[in-house]
Design a protein around this ligand. Sequence first.
Ligand code: PNS
Length: 166
Amino acid sequence: MTPLNLVAIYPGSFDPITYGHLDLISRGSRLVGRLIVAVLRNDSKQPLFSVEERVEMLREVVGTYPNVEVDSFEGLLVNYAAHRGANLIIRGIRAISDYEYELQMALMNRRLRPEIETAFLMAGEAYSFISSHLVKQVASLGGNVAGMVPPLVDARLKGRYAAQAR
Ligand code: PNS
């Protein structure tokens, strides 16, 4: 049973989306009425893919979920969530090492807007070692990341690193 009145935001950098993210999206979409996957703009990190590229890749892979939408945001996450009428933020936790940073963010977000809750979901254990950061490192060194990212992301990674090598 899905609490249809719940609108949730799943925020992140998604540079690029991995099967771990997709697993979280699948789990989240079953829990809430509407799930908004939101890509952060103006991140201080130097991304491999532009926000537009990341949104495009996300849209392609979440197309099969009727209650999932992809958007981008800038500024404070809780302000964006309030603007979108969301009452829940979903974040994934892979290992205990993720927990400290996630807890800090969740408590800060709660201080800023107490009416918005954060829920932590665990991706399937098969995905617990996957991160966008490591996927990029492996792909940049010619390693095989098939099975860690959707095929279209794999192809984009190959294309990006081949172009950089030229
Ligand atoms: O995928 P990431 O990089 O771990 O996602 C981090 C993200 C986007 C959730 C976080 O950086 C964020 O919410 N940024 C928006 C700025 C903000 O609201 N900061 C205060 C809360 S800690």
